[in-house]
Every structure is written in C-alpha cells, then in structure tokens.
Design a protein around this ligand. Structure first.
Ligand code: TXA
Ligand code: MG
Length: 317
C-alpha cells in the first residue's frame, strides 16, 4: 500500500459515525474501537472494500477475516448454527467470542473475506461505537485488527495511527479497549467445540456454558490448517522476545507481572484480566524503548493467562 491518504482521527460521536458510514458505503475501510482491540472495518458484502482491508494491512491473502454483525438473527443469515453454536451465541454475544460455523451457500459475504473457506468466522461485538456503526451501515462488516499485518494489535487510536496512518481515511477514537486482547475463536461443529485462538472467553467459561469438553486446537499443528491465519509470527514485535523469564537479562526491556516488577508491570496485583488488557501496550512500549530485546516474567497458564502465553509464544518466534 502507498502512504498517500490523509488519515483523520475523530472522537467517537455523531460526526465520526456519519463520516465512517459514508466511507464504508464508498467501499473504504475505517478503524473503529471494539471491546477487544481496534478493528479495521469494511463492507463484507463488497469484495473491493474487503480487498482494501488486506491492502491497508499488507495482509497475506489466505488469511480469512472475522465478519461482525449486529445480532444472532443477522449471523443466521450468513451461517448455519447448530444447537451448540446457538447456545454459545446466546450465552456470549454480544461479546469477545468469535464462532467459526458452516457458511451458507447464499451468504451475502465476499469470498475474499473468508479466503474461500466453506466456514465463516462471525462475531457480535459489544462495544457501543462498533454497534452504532453496524446499525448505521446495516450490513455485515469484515474487521481484522487495525494494524499492519504481522505487528501488534492496537488497543488505542494512537496505536492505529502509528501503524496505519497514511493508509486509511479515518480512525474513530473511542479510548482504550477494555479487553485489550483479540476475541476467543471457537470452531463449533459435529466434532464438538475447539478453541482456535484463546482469548477473553476462557476454556473454563466455554466448558461451563456447554457442559462439553473443549479442545485446545491452537496447541496442535493441525490448528495451522483449521485457522490458516494463525501464523506463528502473527503477534510479533520488532525485537527478539523471550518469556517465562525468572531471571531476565540486564540489557532487556522487562515486562513484569505481580511481584516481578520490570520496566512495565502488566498487573502489580497479579490480575490476569488486567494483564491481558495491558499486554499489547507493554509490547508497544518495549518496541519503542531503546533496549534491543524484550524479556517477559512468567505468567500463570490459567484462565486468560493461557491467551497471554499464546500471544507471547507467537511473539517469541
Ligand atoms: O477481537 C477480534 O476478534 C478482533 C476485533 C477487531 O473484532 N478481530 C481480529 O481479527 O482479531 P483478525 O482478522 O486479526 O483475526 C482473525 C482470525 C485469524 O487468525 C483467522 O485465521 C481466523 O480469525 N479465521 C477467520 N475465519 C476463519 C475460518 N473460517 N476458520 C478458521 N479461522 C478463521
Ligand atoms: Mg490481527
């Protein structure tokens, strides 16, 4: 992509919403806050609009996008929901859960959005600004995280501007994202449910809601096939990173947790949800520092800590 577009940043509100809806109607992508991370949203029914998302991000074309809709009824126009998928949708939507479900043959979604797969990843977001945009546009919006491909997901408008400034027309500034971590992606089908990407909705929450065993597909090599976008390097900062560091090297930018202080403590009180919300901020700060490498203190591998460790494993590649 070329860096020739003047990028406006508008505070969330009526004027920003009208400008965003107009751009989306013209087939342009717009950066918008969600409860997880900022998304780069475009009309999912318009293949050129979706292509502009890939272009702005320099995203590998085989990486399918999440399609956002206003409610379950809109989701059911795009895909088939079996009993389990319905249960998950009713329990966790609107919210940070993405369901990978069989796509309807006549779904009004551009093939480029799903990268030609016969499944589709769908989410009903909870953030009021993203919900207002969905209502204003009255159509499904494809929205990956609003960052250049392979870099860290943005949790503030400033992160978006730093990564995509000059490449997109508009960023709606809705403040910092609450979860600060991308949605949990779950595949629901005849073979049960499996987490393709861990996130704010944890395995424990999914198991409790369904009474089913929840497979952790992202831990097996086969996950590379079922979630083609889960590239090993997807979350990489620009500097070498090591994690689970009890005794971090003196020259590293240290990301701490709990009593292990560091240059940036994810949560002094050892709260994993707070740590998740601050993770990408910490990685951005580490990237911006004058230190040549990054070391992260051990994070407990439970609850949303598993999602944090998954991101760190990818960041370490
Ligand atoms: O929280 C989020 O989910 C954010 C906000 C903006 O909603 N979006 C986000 O999108 O993280 P993105 O494009 O960065 O991540 C989409 C992930 C990719 O890993 C992709 O491979 C996977 O979803 N995906 C999309 N469609 C899929 C499908 N049909 N089957 C399996 N994985 C799929
Ligand atoms: Mg992303």
């Amino acid at each position: 992509a070329t860096n020739t577009t003047a990028t406006k940043v508008l505070a969330a509100g009526d004027a920003a919403l009208i400008a965003a809806a107009e751009l989306i109607a013209q087939g342009q992508p717009v950066a918008v806050p969600t409860e997880t991370v900022y998304g780069l949203a475009a009309d999912a029914t318009n293949p050129e609009a979706v292509a502009r998302i890939y272009a702005a991000k320099d995203r590998p074309a085989f990486n399918p996008l999440i399609v956002h809709v206003a409610d379950l009824a809109a989701a059911e126009r795009l895909a088939h929901f079996d009993k389990t998928a319905l249960l998950l949708a009713e329990r966790f939507w609107p919210g940070p859960l993405t369901l990978v479900v069989p796509k309807r043959a006549d779904a009004p979604v551009a093939g480029i959005a799903t990268a030609g797969l016969d499944t589709i990843a769908i989410r009903v977001p909870a953030h009021p600004v993203m919900r207002a945009l969905l209502a204003a546009c009255n159509r499904p919006l494809a929205a990956p995280s609003a960052n250049a491909s392979g870099s860290i997901s943005p949790t503030t408008a400033a992160h978006v501007f730093a990564s995509l400034g000059g490449r997109i027309a508009l960023v709606i500034d809705g403040g910092a994202c609450k979860a600060g971590l991308e949605s949990t992606i779950v595949r629901s089908g005849d073979r049960g449910i499996a987490i393709l990407r861990p996130g704010p909705v944890t395995r424990e929450m999914l198991a409790q809601a369904t009474g089913l065993d929840v497979a952790l597909a992202y831990e097996s090599p086969a996950a590379a096939i079922s979630a083609p976008g889960q590239l090993a390097s997807h979350y990489a900062p620009r500097k070498p990173l090591t994690f689970d560091e009890v005794d971090p090297p003196a020259d590293a930018y240290v990301i701490g947790f709990g009593a292990a202080e560091g240059d940036f403590n994810l949560s002094a009180s050892g709260d994993l949800v707070e740590a998740a919300a601050r993770l990408f901020d910490a990685l951005h700060a580490a990237d911006a520092s004058d230190r040549l490498r990054i070391a992260v203190a051990p994070i407990p591998d439970k609850g949303v800590g598993r999602a944090i460790n998954d991101r760190l494993r990818r960041a370490a590649v």
